[in-house]
Design a protein around this ligand. Structure first.
Ligand code: HEC
Ligand code: HEC
Ligand code: HEC
Ligand code: HEC
Ligand code: HEC
Ligand code: HEC
Ligand code: HEC
Ligand code: HEC
Ligand code: HEC
Ligand code: HEC
Length: 321
C-alpha cells in the first residue's frame, strides 16, 4: 500500500547515484521517517497544530502523485520541470519529491472529493508549520533559519519562495533585489544614493553579502572566519596580509570607514571629508612635526593623497606611495 511513496522509490534508485546525491537521499530518508512518525502519532500529539492533522489526516494514507494528478492536472504538469522533480527525473525513473511530501498523506482528501480540510495547504498554515515542513528536508543547507531575523518575524519560506508558480531556478517569488525591496524600503533608498553598490543594476546581489536564511552573525551577514571576507572576496587587493597593516582595517573591519549599501560620499565613505574621517582616530596629527601647518585640517589636501595605500602596505609603514 505504501509502495507508491516516492521516498522509497528514490532510495531504491540510490546505488548508481553520485555521492553528492546520497546526501539528498539521506535527507529524504530522514523526511520519510518524519512522515512515518507523523502517521504513527496520536491525533492529539504535539504535531496537531495544523488543521490537517487536527482533523484526522493522521488516519490518512499516501495515494501517490499520479492520483493527485487526476484532479490537479495543471499543477502536476507544471511540477515535472520543478527542481523538486527534475533532479530525480534526470537520474532514472524515480519521481523525486512527491506532492504528499509537502501536502501530507492525501487519501482522505481524495475520498472527500477534494475536501480542503483534509490536506495540508502551506498557504493557509502558520509560518512555523510551513518552515517545519520545508526544513524537514532543507535543514541541512539552512541550519540557522529558525533563529534568523526572518523566521523570528514570521517571514516563512513561502514569503520568498513560490513552489508552483516560480520559473526561477531557486523558486523565488521575484528576482533579487525586487523581492527584498518589497519589504525593505529603506534599503531601496540606500541603493539609490549617489554612490552605491550596483545592486539595482544587477551587478551584485543582496545574497552576495547576506544569507536570507540566517547566519551566526548579526544582520544575516554571511558567515566567514574573517568578517572582512564578506567584502574582500571581491575586493581582493585590500585583503592583505600586509607587512604594514593599518590597524583598524583588521580590528574594526571595513565598516569603520565604509557604508556597505550606499552613501552620499565618494568611495562609500562614512564621512564626506577624508581628513575628518582620519582625525577621528588621529587627532594629534595636525600638530605633528612631519605634517606642515594646516595639513591635518579638513580643508587641506586629503590625507590619502600622501597615505595612498590606506588599507595596508608592504613597502612603507606610513602607507606612503
Ligand atoms: C478527486 C479529485 C482530487 C484529487 C484526487 C486530489 N484533489 Fe486536491 N483538491 C480537489 C478539489 C476539488 C480541491 C478544491 C479546489 C478549490 O477549492 O479550488 C482541492 C484542493 C487541494 C488543495 C488546496 C487546499 C486548500 O486549502 O485550498 C491542495 C493543496 C490539494 N488539493 C492537494 C492535493 C494533493 C496533494 C493530492 C494528491 C494526494 C490531491 N489534492 C488529490 C480535488 C482533488
Ligand atoms: C516542495 C513542496 C511542495 C510539493 C512537492 C508540492 N506542493 Fe503543492 N503547494 C506547496 C505550497 C508551498 C503551496 C502554497 C502555495 C502558495 O503559496 O500559494 C502549494 C499549493 C498547492 C495547491 C493549492 C493551489 C492554489 O492555488 O491554492 C495545490 C492544488 C497543490 N499545491 C497541489 C500539488 C500537487 C498536485 C503536487 C504534486 C504534483 C504538489 N502540490 C507538490 C508546496 C508543494
Ligand atoms: C521531501 C523533501 C523536501 C521537502 C519537504 C521540500 N523540499 Fe525543497 N527540495 C528537495 C529536493 C530533493 C530538491 C532538489 C535538490 C536540490 O536542488 O536541492 C529541492 C529543491 C528546492 C529548491 C531549489 C534548490 C536549488 O538549488 O535550486 C528550493 C528553493 C526548495 N527546494 C524550497 C523548498 C521549500 C520552500 C519547501 C517547503 C514548502 C520545500 N523545498 C520542501 C526536497 C524537499
Ligand atoms: C527572505 C527571503 C527568503 C526566505 C524567508 C527563504 N529563502 Fe530560500 N532563498 C532566498 C534567496 C534570495 C535564494 C537565492 C540565493 C542565491 O541566489 O544565492 C534562496 C535559495 C534557496 C535554496 C537554493 C539555494 C541554497 O542556498 O540552498 C533553497 C533550497 C532554499 N532557498 C530553501 C529555503 C527554505 C527551505 C526556506 C525556509 C526554511 C527558505 N528558503 C526561506 C530567499 C529566501
Ligand atoms: C556589499 C555587501 C552588501 C550588500 C550587497 C547588501 N548588504 Fe545589507 N548589509 C551589509 C552590511 C555589512 C550590513 C551591516 C551594516 C551595519 O552593521 O551597519 C548590512 C545591513 C543590512 C540590513 C540591516 C539594516 C540595519 O540598518 O540594521 C538590512 C535590512 C539589509 N542589509 C538588507 C539588504 C538588502 C535588502 C540588500 C539588497 C537590496 C542588501 N542588504 C545588500 C552588506 C550588504
Ligand atoms: C516578506 C517580507 C520580507 C522579504 C521578502 C525579505 N525580508 Fe528581510 N526582513 C523582513 C523582516 C520582517 C525582518 C525582521 C525585522 C527587521 O529587522 O526589519 C527582516 C530582516 C532582515 C535582515 C536583518 C536585519 C537586522 O536588523 O538584523 C536582513 C539583512 C534582511 N532582512 C535581508 C533581506 C534580503 C537580502 C531579502 C531578499 C533576499 C529579504 N530580506 C527579503 C522581511 C522581509
Ligand atoms: C560581490 C562582489 C562585491 C562584494 C561582496 C563587495 N563589493 Fe564593494 N564593490 C564591488 C564592485 C563590482 C564595485 C564597483 C562598483 C561600481 O563600479 O559601481 C564595488 C565598489 C566598492 C567601493 C567603491 C569603490 C570606488 O571606486 O568608488 C567600496 C568602498 C566598496 N565596494 C566597499 C565594499 C565593502 C566595504 C564591502 C563589504 C561590506 C564590499 N565592498 C563588498 C563588488 C563587491
Ligand atoms: C581606516 C579607514 C578604512 C578602512 C578600515 C577601510 N577603508 Fe577602504 N578606503 C578608505 C579610504 C579613505 C578610501 C579612499 C581612498 C582614496 O580616496 O584614495 C578607501 C577606498 C576603498 C576602495 C576604493 C578603491 C581603492 O582601493 O581605493 C575600496 C574598494 C575599499 N576601500 C574597500 C575596503 C574594504 C573591503 C575594507 C575592509 C577590508 C576597507 N576598505 C577598509 C578607508 C578605509
Ligand atoms: C578607527 C580608527 C582609525 C581611523 C578612522 C584611521 N586610523 Fe590610521 N591608524 C589607527 C590605528 C589604531 C593605527 C595604529 C597606530 C599605532 O600603531 O600606533 C593607525 C595607523 C596609521 C598610520 C601609521 C602610523 C605609524 O605609526 O606608522 C597612518 C599613516 C595612518 N594610520 C593614517 C590614517 C589615515 C590617512 C586615515 C584616514 C584615511 C586613518 N589613518 C584612519 C586608527 C585609525
Ligand atoms: C603632504 C603629504 C601628507 C599628507 C597630506 C598627510 N601626511 Fe601623514 N605623513 C606624511 C609623511 C611624509 C609622514 C612621515 C612618514 C615617515 O615617518 O616615514 C607622515 C606620517 C603620518 C603618521 C605617522 C607618524 C605620526 O605622525 O605619528 C600618521 C598617523 C599620519 N601621517 C596621519 C596623517 C593624517 C591623518 C593625515 C590627514 C589628516 C595626513 N597624515 C596627511 C605625509 C603626509
Amino acid at each position: 500500500m505504501h509502495t507508491n511513496r516516492p521516498v522509497t522509490r528514490m532510495f531504491s534508485a540510490a546505488p548508481g547515484w553520485l555521492s553528492g546525491l546520497r546526501v539528498f537521499l539521506m535527507i529524504l530518508l530522514g523526511a520519510g521517517m518524519v512522515c512515518a512518525t507523523a502517521l504513527a502519532a496520536p491525533p492529539s500529539g504535539a504535531k496537531g497544530s495544523s488543521a490537517t492533522s487536527a482533523k484526522g489526516a493522521v488516519h490518512a494514507t499516501y495515494v501517490g502523485s499520479d492520483t493527485c494528478a487526476t484532479c490537479h492536472e495543471e499543477v502536476a504538469k507544471g511540477f515535472a520541470s520543478n527542481p523538486h522533480s527534475k533532479m530525480a527525473l534526470l537520474h532514472g525513473n524515480a519521481k523525486g519529491v512527491s506532492c504528499e511530501n509537502c501536502h501530507g498523506p492525501g487519501s482522505e482528501h481524495v475520498a472527500g472529493g477534494g475536501d480542503v480540510t483534509k490536506i495540508f495547504n502551506p498557504a493557509k498554515a502558520s509560518a512555523k508549520d510551513v518552515d517545519a515542513k520545508c526544513l524537514s528536508c532543507h535543514a541541512g543547507s539552512h541550519p540557522d533559519f529558525l533563529r534568523s531575523p526572518h523566521a523570528k518575524a514570521n517571514v516563512s519560506c513561502i514569503s520568498c519562495h513560490d513552489i508552483h508558480g516560480s520559473k526561477d531556478e531557486t523558486l523565488l517569488k521575484a528576482p533579487q533585489p525586487t523581492l527584498c525591496f518589497q519589504c525593505h524600503a529603506d534599503e531601496r533608498g540606500q541603493f539609490s544614493m549617489p554612490f552605491h553598490h550596483r545592486v539595482k543594476e544587477g551587478l551584485i546581489k543582496c545574497s552576495d553579502c547576506h544569507d536570507p536564511h540566517g547566519t551566526f552573525g548579526n544582520n544575516n551577514l554571511k558567515n566567514t572566519a574573517d568578517q572582512n571576507m564578506i567584502c574582500t572576496k571581491c575586493h581582493t587587493d585590500v585583503r592583505g596580509p600586509f607587512v604594514y597593516e593599518h590597524a583598524p582595517v583588521k580590528a574594526e573591519g571595513c565598516l569603520a570607514c565604509h557604508t556597505p549599501h550606499g552613501s552620499q560620499n565618494a568611495r562609500l565613505l562614512n564621512m564626506p571629508n577624508i581628513n575628518v574621517l582620519c582625525n577621528q582616530c588621529h587627532n594629534a596629527v595636525t600638530a605633528g612635526a612631519v605634517h606642515g601647518q594646516g595639513q591635518g585640517s579638513s580643508d587641506s589636501v586629503p590625507c590619502t593623497s600622501c597615505h595612498t595605500y590606506i588599507h595596508g602596505s608592504n613597502i612603507n609603514a606610513a602607507f606612503l606611495r
